[in-house]
Design a protein around this ligand. Structure first.
Ligand SMILES: Cc1ncc(COP(=O)(O)O)c(C=O)c1O
Length: 496
């Protein structure tokens, strides 16, 4: 069902109101639209729940890619001049209809794309609860229960990753903020004067290391931290997408000899394009010998800690000073929900401490605003708390194991039709070359996406173009995998 824009209807009370100055009784308020009576709110809430469930069912049966007529949509949008209020129920129906046509559906079981997951249902419930109470998590005084819940989840995830009992951390908006936190900790630990002097504290240019297959947000992070994008040393990979340890050690030595100041090694546990895990223990040893902060970016690969069978792929992560894990990737919470874990909570306090009279408390290692980048803070951690509490680590373990099993199935079915998987895909992402050679990659991806039958992306692996297919949707089945293979085959046949 497609909602149309209804003619504006202004509430009677609001229609009659005019600014009354200091009259004795408060004016009937136009803000009733913002804060409707409880009965009306419940009716809208029920409508919203019903319509979202209906939309969810339609999405699974429809196209994965957007089908919206953008010109028509922009015209409709331009009609919102915000001069005339519109009734909320019609607005809700309209918005859901536009979303149905206007986004790549990460909740579709044929979405084999980047790590935006179909969100778990407990995480969706968490968003509703957080929105209803809207707690301010900046301080433990204003939100004692949410702050404790988040700290409890962070400790549990850190322990599951093998970090020591004293490890701490916090929720972030995503992997980028978590990685940014790592760099700020590394710079502050390299020289505490960084807190006041910035990069001027160092005797030479501060630099840090990540593989050339690492996530490119590192460039923006270096820029924001004030040390410049050239501070990111993109270390060679070994031909299989993993950081080359000898090249890493050489780069650290060469930088020191040239007067630069190395501050951090950031290994990747699950590269974005190919799911490769850098040699974590070897990188840790190089960081230890050189006296550098050791960070592991396990933004999506970190999901493997849930599985007793598969977590061995992350061996060495427990040696890290800090770790990034995004719950909004393989752990299937709503976005954005990242985590920064560290064995050195004291480093967080050194990096993010601040004090001011108007905050109700200022307790190091407890109040989130003095241990993290953010100040005002949403109750993000409830999404993972409810999901973990409802499913347990075993439920999450089954989820990631199923993803990996489906990726293996996809690999087998592709091989049977002469497609090649070129990464050693122990995680749930495949880098695929078509039978006719890599030349057709772009055309095939475009055809598959345009067909609406599935969603895959283009990427590069070790310098060659590949089709990237990732299985992180909790409802994807073997039939969905077969549908992807058919869609890829059909697209390849149509290519010139
Ligand atoms: C390995 C890795 N690190 C960091 C990020 C950035 O995470 P976010 O998009 O949550 O900021 C990603 C995103 O895909 C990633 O794959």
């Amino acid at each position: 069902m497609k909602a149309t824009l209804e003619a504006p209807r202004i509430e009677e009370q609001a229609r009659s109101s005019s600014f009354p100055g200091r009259s004795a009784s408060p004016p009937p308020s136009r803000s009733l639209a913002l804060f409707p009576p409880r009965g009306e709110q419940r009716r809208s809430d029920d409508l919203l729940s019903r319509r979202l469930a209906q939309a969810d069912a339609r999405v699974s049966a429809g196209a994965v890619a957007p089908t919206i007529d953008l010109a028509r949509f922009k015209r409709d949008l331009a009609a919102f001049d915000f001069a005339t209020p519109r009734p909320l129920p019609a607005l809700l129906e309209w918005t859901i209809a536009q979303m149905e046509d206007g986004v790549v559906h990460v909740t579709h079981p044929h979405y084999f794309g980047l790590f935006n997951p179909a969100p778990s249902f407990p995480a969706q419930c968490a968003d509703r609860i957080a929105a209803a109470f809207n707690p301010q998590l900046a301080s433990s005084t204003t939100s004692p229960v949410p702050v404790e819940i988040e700290a409890h989840v962070i400790r549990s995830v850190a322990r599951r990753a093998g970090l020591p009992a004293e490890a701490g951390g916090h929720f972030t908006t995503g992997g980028t903020e978590a990685n940014y936190s790592a760099l700020i900790c590394a710079l502050t630990e390299a020289d505490r004067q960084f807190a006041t002097e910035g990069a001027r504290a160092f005797s030479g240019a501060p630099v840090f290391y990540a593989s050339r297959d690492s996530h490119r947000a590192w460039l923006k992070i270096a820029h924001q931290a004030g040390i410049g994008r050239s501070a990111v040393r993109l270390v060679a990979t070994d031909g299989t997408g993993r950081m080359e340890p000898d090249a890493l050690a050489d780069a650290v030595r060469a930088d020191r000899a040239a007067g630069c100041v190395p501050v951090m090694i950031a290994a990747t546990a699950g590269t974005t394009n190919a799911g490769m895990v850098d040699p974590l223990a070897e990188c840790a040893a190089i960081a230890r010998d050189a006296g550098l902060w050791y960070h592991v970016d396990a933004a999506w690969g970190g999901g493997l800690i849930a599985s007793d069978r598969l977590r061995g792929h992350l061996a060495g992560v427990e040696l890290a000073d800090s770790v990034t894990v995004d719950a909004h990737k393989w752990l299937a919470t709503t976005m954005g929900c990242g985590m920064f874990l560290t064995r050195r909570p004291d480093a967080l306090s050194a990096a993010f401490h601040v004090s001011t009279s108007y905050m109700p408390s200022n307790v190091a290692a407890i109040d989130p605003y003095v241990t993290s980048v953010q100040w005002s803070r949403r109750f993000l951690g409830l999404r993972l708390f409810l999901s973990l509490a409802a499913a347990g680590w075993s439920g999450y373990g089954a989820h990631v194991e199923k993803s990996v099993a489906l990726a293996r199935l996809l690999e087998q079915q592709l091989a049977a039709r002469s497609w090649r998987v070129v990464n050693d895909a122990s995680l749930a992402v495949l880098c695929i070359e078509p039978p006719g050679g890599a030349g057709a990659v772009q055309a095939i991806v475009r055809r598959v996406v345009a067909s609406g039958r599935a969603w895959v992306s283009e990427a590069e692996f070790e310098g060659r173009p590949i089709i990237r297919a990732c299985v992180t949707h909790g409802r994807t089945t073997p039939e969905d995998v077969a549908a992807l293979v058919d869609a890829l085959d059909a697209a390849a046949r149509d290519c010139p």
